[in-house]
Design a protein around this ligand. Structure first.
Ligand SMILES: O=P(O)(O)OC[C@H]1O[C@](O)(CO)[C@@H](O)[C@@H]1O
Length: 551
């Protein structure tokens, strides 16, 4: 396996790309389109029902081939095989990362420590199916015999963001009228707002925590349990109303959840890759098992595409390589994700954890500091709302902002011309970012509007739009469970490929631990249960908090 010795930036393949960047430094995307009429047809990749148009990147055939050479030199093929084969790819935690096994068809094999894990995955799906059908048919009811109407999923990070994205994205497929709510934040407002209108007799709680040690989730679960007990519930009834998904069965039992109501998780699934496991129960309970299985099938189709397609036609590989190109060679520090579909509202939130928790790393897999930027700041929101907020900075600010536009070609809610207008907005934004407007065009436009020459001269620089901003457009026929599964899996693989190039561990997250540790030290001081000093800035605010709360 290639291990980037001595450094990624010393590889000959990297040097070739540095030279390509210098050669292209003064070439505008407009020129690349003008010189190359077939560009749009050539820079298309298709996989698992998704189409990626990557023509609006600062890319030539030579650059694309140099990028794929870099991927090869970094050992992409071996690392990808290691990922799918269940090798230890998360070295700092000594684990495989087998989210792909969660969407493997029954009857296939993936071995961990010599044992095939697919049957266990399938058995868990079968248990989920039983639960979902019992809840939907009314066979499993609340403790007073009433059918469940609401599911409250309590979890944070990967035990929250993926299910929330999917439940919202696939609203048109919702079945049986089950409403799903998500409590994540350790803020009384979040949990209270959600519980207040609910009926405890018809509410099913899912405590979602891989570790069953996460402070936010455990505190919110205690609030939910007290609310249930104080509103007509009783200890025995907890068994009917509280389920858990976790690897930590003893802690879940200690919380009061019956073993038969605990669904397994495995340490070979990372939290941010876990929506495909029983952590997906909010999805299955809201949409039904057929839709959940279709989601898995879509993701599996993307796994197969990723595994078997040559890099130059491989959708997630191309997305990853373009990210490296923009980030490491052109200095982009962010990546915008702009879904042009209201249902994909929570996609940027999910991708923030997926990408930034995975690739926000500063040492190589061997603990050597990197001398190149790694994961960018990922952000975004639904189009066209963003056009009236942050797109101005993309058009005329000083930063390079690569963007991914994502849009289904058909709408679940066709209303008048809405969908065509939305698509026109998506295309026009990508085009404006690519082409921009020259000073001469701005000046001419002003003169044509009847402005005198002096005024036009003064105003034209304000109307100049440099363009040359790279973007991708990802299209699908419609936002179905299968296409959504493929889309999320494509981003998972994009993240993985980038981690291979950067030689970092994309499956650990040691950085988040320090804040948790410090929080545990500060909390007793806020409550007046411990003294001691931290730093003067923290101590000042601890004192302010205590005074405000009468501690
Ligand atoms: O599912 P758990 O164990 O409660 O963890 C929740 C989240 O906390 C983290 O460990 C840190 O944010 C995430 O990786 C994880 O998704």
């Amino acid at each position: 396996m290639s291990e980037h010795t001595p450094s990624l930036t010393q590889l000959p393949e990297w040097q070739v790309l540095t030279r390509h960047k210098q050669q292209l430094a003064n070439t505008h995307l407009r020129e690349l389109f003008a010189q190359d009429p077939d560009r749009a047809q050539r820079y298309l990749a298709e996989g698992a029902g998704l189409t990626l148009d990557f023509s609006r990147n600062r890319l030539t055939d030579e650059v694309l081939s140099a990028l794929t050479n870099l991927a090869r030199a970094c050992g992409l093929e071996q690392r990808r095989n290691a990922l799918f084969d269940g090798d230890i790819v998360n070295r700092t935690e000594n684990r495989p990362a087998l989210h792909t096994a969660l969407r493997q068809p029954a009857g296939t094999e993936v071995r961990v420590n010599g044992q095939n894990i697919v049957p266990e995955v399938q058995a868990t799906l079968a248990r989920m199916e039983q639960l979902v059908s019992a809840v939907h048919s009314g066979q499993r009811t609340g403790h007073t015999g009433k059918p469940f109407t609401d599911v409250v999923s309590i979890g944070i990070g990967g035990s929250f963001l993926g299910p929330k994205l999917v439940v919202r994205a696939l609203t048109p497929y919702a079945q049986a009228g089950i409403r799903c709510h998500f409590v994540a934040n350790i803020d009384g407002t979040d949990v209270q707002d959600i519980l207040r209108p609910l009926n405890p007799e018809t509410t099913l709680f899912l405590v979602q925590s891989k570790s069953f040690r996460t402070q936010e989730t455990l505190s919110n679960s205690l609030v939910a349990r007290d609310w249930f007990l104080n509103n007509g519930g009783n200890q025995r009834a907890i068994a009917r109303h509280f389920l858990a998904v976790t690897t930590n069965i003893p802690e879940a039992k200690a919380f009061g959840i019956d073993e038969e109501n605990i669904f397994p998780m495995w340490d070979w699934v990372g939290g941010r890759y876990s929506l495909w496991s029983a952590i997906g129960l909010p999805i299955a309970l809201t949409l039904g098992m057929p839709a959940f299985r279709e989601l898995l099938e879509g993701a599996h189709a993307m796994d197969e595409h990723f595994r078997r397609t040559p890099s130059e036609r491989n959708l997630p590989v191309i997305m990853a390589l373009l990210g490296v190109w923009n980030n490491n060679f052109w200095g982009a520090e962010t990546q915008a994700v702009l879904p042009y579909d209201e249902y994909l509202k929570y996609l940027p939130d999910h991708l923030q954890q997926l990408d930034m928790e995975s690739n926000g790393k500063r040492v190589t897999q061997h603990g050597q500091p990197v001398d190149y930027p790694t994961g960018p700041v990922l952000w975004g929101g639904v189009g066209a709302n963003g056009q009236h907020a942050y797109h101005q900075l993309i058009h005329q600010g000083t930063r390079l902002v690569p963007a991914d536009f994502i849009m289904p070609l058909t709408s679940h809610n066709p209303v008048g011309d809405h969908h065509a207008i939305l698509f026109a907005n998506c295309l026009s934004q990508a085009r404006a970012m690519m082409a921009g407007k020259t000073l001469e065009e701005a000046r001419q436009e002003l003169l044509d509007s009847g402005m005198d020459a002096m005024q036009a001269e003064a105003l034209a620089p304000h109307k100049l739009i440099p363009g040359n901003q790279p973007s991708n457009i990802v299209l699908m026929d419609k936002l179905s469970p299968g296409r959504l599964g493929a889309l999320i899996a494509a981003y998972e693989h994009r993240t993985f490929v980038q981690s291979v190039i950067w030689d970092i561990d994309c499956f650990d997250q040691w950085g988040v631990e320090l804040g948790k540790q410090m929080g545990n030290e500060i909390l007793p001081r806020l409550k007046g249960e411990a003294g001691g000093a931290t730093d003067s800035a923290t101590d000042n605010l601890v004192a302010l908090f205590r005074a405000a709360n009468g501690v």
